[in-house]
Write a protein that binds this ligand. Sequence first.
Ligand code: AMP
Length: 175
Amino acid sequence: MDLKSLIRTIPDYPHEGILFRDITTLFANARGFRRAVDELVQPYAGQKIDAVAGIEARGFIMGGAVAHQLAVGFIPVRKKGKLPWETIGADYQLEYGTDRVEIHRDAVKPGERVLLVDDLIATGGTTLAGIKLLREAGAEVVGCSFVIDLPELGGAAKLAELGIPFHALMQFEGT
Ligand code: AMP
């Protein structure tokens, strides 16, 4: 099954010059969605994982499904101001603009082995902010998994520098 063909590309969204890789078309395809979840889970089947963290919002959809398959809990990494209790946060640079992600201060128990999931890695800013937060809370980030990698934007290379195992189901050239 060609998962890449299930991604819709929208030019100039949300800004001119951006090729937006729309994953909703993959989510809407029953076999495609299931296959994508299975492929993200596969490298971690049989490994000790304590929780999956997913980045708002598309990372909730993939990460929630991966957590269910691994039979572990789910940690939402949310955008600023959405979580109801005490939080820790990290600012990051997006491919377009800046933002802040937060987790609850007690979202992770010290030493927990956490797999971080998002739909797409571009510059890696969002992922690196998520890793920083999870580590600050005491987690060991044992891997980062994505449906899509945009290698030319350098995010995957930054994860390699940190020595964190990285998986992506497909790559797109360009930005
Ligand atoms: P980055 O922090 O640069 O790695 O950007 C990754 C985050 O921004 C992910 O949560 C993506 O959902 C979103 N994103 C960045 N670039 C794109 C793109 N070209 N198409 C779709 N989503 C993108």
